[in-house]
Write a protein that binds this ligand. Structure first.
Ligand SMILES: Nc1ncnc2c1ncn2[C@@H]1O[C@H](COP(=O)(O)OP(=O)(O)OP(=O)(O)O)[C@@H](O)[C@H]1O
Length: 663
């Protein structure tokens, strides 16, 4: 033991300035690629291409390039070429003797998109994309054709392999070409680009900006035999997002004669939005949104703006046509099953993270909503038969939902009547399970206090008499004959074993509330074992909780506080009542507490602490081993030794994650 302390002490001693690393240049990218491209998996690998393609797109959207080539070579090399201005190759004023190109490729946060001077709206904004791709490629070559000269520089893992070299004159060429091959040290030997993903990426870029032609090509040997992805295609869509939508829908039927599509400049040169929305008859919707041609798979403020405009338009139309049935239509009815394409171009967008999955610019919501709203109103009133067909479907959806809800409530009510609930259950008065809870308490006297302490509307009490049967060591017949367990199953309503279904669960939360002593812990563990074996779904879906009643009341003068256990008591005495004379009373059980105390400490949702009971999920490969461990632990603990059980509960209580604690 003392050796251990000495070693630890020595380690602490030797922790000094020399342990503090400062990562220079592109080293942090290679050391922590996840921070820059969200991981090293397939998605991250393809993100490299997006970074380079986005630069070419920015150049096109800014009006300087009209053509982009994207090529996947047989050895997995990517080439992106544009006919734009070309990355500047003159010396950078801050780094004499180094070209701007080299600075861009070897320095994080260098770029021309921090202001709106060179690019009005751009997908790039952090000035790291190209340097990150460079850092994570074992080979990268840039060619820049500017002012009739071709310049070339080679890199490997972020380091230049020679100076920027003049390669001679070019008459017809201009623009930037980047060729790179991802580093297997980072992405693994098996990492491969998937042609169909790259093709789709190129195609959506072409849809997003009509002014560009993207030439896609890939070595045919890389395509699977029956692949729908072409080896070569020139992508150019003068119809923009409407082309995109028509292509995505193909011959699926829509509720309206034409999709709702349009584009609009934002006032004051703040950018613009383009959209295309269809409501397919089959209700199989999707939503693809973009900002400055960067896909935002998690949506964001621009998408929220579009959804709000559509919702407001529908509500307005319902009012205009005096449609009384439309009152219950929700956002989800309007846009949940729609096919949505939205592309915005705005200055200085704010995204979440370098992979830019979600747009966070707050104004985007207002801008998009205002841009779309009038168009939508006109569109609805311009084709009444389409508008009415759409309204009819939305009303149907809302009514269907209301019917389902009602029948669920009815089922619960009639189930209550039919079931003849156990006589000792003090049920709550609310009919729907949402927001309700049932407390399983130990014995009639605790049950009495709990009944007085509860909120009648949402809290039900089921007192269980004495120790319930230990299901881990009982036969099925014995279990079926057990009155306490039968009452419990009846009260919950959700069935048991194979018949279990959370849909029928009569309460949102099932809370085990036993005394804060060894006996209480034993009963709690018996109940948990029962649920674990007979209603595992109840635990997996997060319905089972443990209440944490106090064991002590500590008071001095008018002030009193409650402590869960001995350690908590000591902590409170030291913190709250330093050197003061205190009176400590120990509760013999919940039945001894005043209802007001029980409410305040254990039952009132706004003041209590609950522990959610969690188990590893056997269906999840990563949790399977852990799940197996839990199973054998329960089996072995629920046999003969109460002390072990008590420890089991305490240990588990300690391991509950913070987000599982419901205060
Ligand atoms: N194809 C290109 N044509 C012209 N300039 C380019 C091109 N690619 C990159 N650049 C210049 O290099 C700079 C740095 O590019 P990089 O990809 O590293 O970052 P970014 O695009 O500014 O921002 P982000 O990190 O968000 O992608 C750009 O801002 C632009 O000035």
């Amino acid at each position: 033991m003392s050796d251990l302390f000495e070693n630890t002490a020595r380690k602490a001693d030797s922790y000094s300035a020399q342990d503090i690393e400062v990562l220079e240049g592109l080293e942090p990218v290679r050391r922590r690629p996840g921070m820059y491209i969200g991981g090293t998996d397939d998605r991250a690998l393809h993100h490299l291409v997006a970074e380079v393609l986005d630069n070419a797109m920015d150049e096109a959207v800014a009006g300087h390039a009209t053509r982009i080539d994207l090529e996947l070579g047989v050895d997995g090399t990517i080439m992106v070429r544009d006919n734009g201005r070309g990355i500047p190759i003159d010396d950078h004023p801050k780094y004499p003797g180094k070209s701007a190109l080299e600075v861009i490729l070897t320095t994080l946060h260098s770029g021309g998109k921090f202001s709106n001077k060179v690019y009005e709206t751009s997908g790039g904004l952090h000035g790291v994309g190209l340097s990150v791709v460079n850092a994570l490629s074992d080979r990268l070559t840039v060619e820049v054709a500017r002012e009739r000269q071709l310049y070339v520089q080679h890199y490997s893992r972020g380091t230049p392999q020679g100076p920027l070299a003049k390669q001679g004159g070019t008459v017809n060429r201009r623009g930037t070409t980047v060729r790179f091959h991802p580093d297997a040290e980072i992405f693994g030997e098996a990492a491969r680009f998937e042609p169909h993903r790259l093709y789709r990426m190129a195609r959506s870029k072409a849809y997003l900006y009509r002014g560009v032609e993207i030439r896609w090509s890939c070595d045919p040997s890389l395509l699977p035999e029956d692949s729908a992805t072409p080896a070569q295609e020139t992508l150019h869509f003068p119809g923009g997002l409407l082309d995109y939508l028509n292509n995505a829908l193909r011959d699926r039927k829509s509720l309206t004669r034409t999709p709702f599509a349009g584009q609009m400049e934002f006032p004051g040169g703040q950018g613009r939005a383009e959209w295309a929305v269809a409501w397919p008859d089959d209700d199989e919707g999707f939503s693809h949104t973009y900002c400055n041609t960067v896909p935002t798979p998690q949506g964001g403020t621009h998408e929220a703006g579009l959804r709000a405009a559509l919702m407001r338009g529908i509500k307005g139309y319902a009012e205009l046509t005096n449609n009384k049935r439309a009152g219950q239509i929700t956002h989800d009815d309007v846009t949940g099953d729609a096919c949505i394409l939205l592309s915005v171009f705005i200055r200085e967008p704010q995204f979440q993270g370098q992979t830019k999955d979600k747009l966070a610019t707050p104004e985007a919501q207002r801008l998009v909503e205002a841009a779309v709203k009038d168009h939508f109103d006109h569109w609805l009133s311009g084709d009444l038969s389409s508008a009415n067909a759409l309204m009819e479907r939305l009303v149907e959806k809302a009514e269907e939902r209301a019917r389902r809800k009602q029948s669920k409530e009815m089922a619960r009510k009639s189930a209550t009547r039919r079931l003849r609930l156990p006589g000792k259950l003090a049920d709550c008065s609310r009919n729907a399970p949402e927001g309700t809870e049932i407390f399983l308490v130990e014995g009639d006297s605790a049950g009495g206090s709990a009944k007085q302490a509860r909120n009648r509307e949402t809290q039900a009490i089921l007192p269980l008499r004495g120790k319930i049967l230990n299901v881990a060591s009982a036969s099925v017949d014995k279990m079926k004959a057990n009155q306490e367990l039968n009452d419990l199953v009846l009260a919950l309503g959700c069935g048991v074993g194979k018949d279990f279904s959370t849909d029928k669960l009569r309460y949102e939360r099932v809370i085990i509330m036993t005394d804060a002593d060894v006996d209480g812990a034993h009963i709690a563990s018996l109940l948990m074992t029962f649920f674990y074996r007979e209603m595992p779904g109840l635990i997996q879906q997060g319905h089972l909780y443990l209440a944490l009643p106090p064991l002590y009341r500590i008071s001095a003068g008018a002030k009193s506080v409650y402590a869960r256990d001995d350690a908590h008591r000591e902590e409170l005495m030291a913190k709250t009542f330093k050197n003061r004379k205190v009176e400590i009373s120990r509760f013999k059980g919940l039945g001894e507490m005043m209802p007001a105390q029980l409410r305040e400490t254990t039952m009132d949702p706004s003041r209590r602490t609950l522990l959610r009971v969690v188990v590893p999920n056997v269906a999840d490969p990563e949790e399977r081993a852990e799940s197996e461990r839990t199973r054998s632990l329960v089996e072995s603990l629920m046999g003969r030794k109460p002390e072990l059980r008590f420890r089991f509960i305490q240990d588990n209580a300690k391991f509950v994650r913070a987000d599982d604690i419901d205060v």
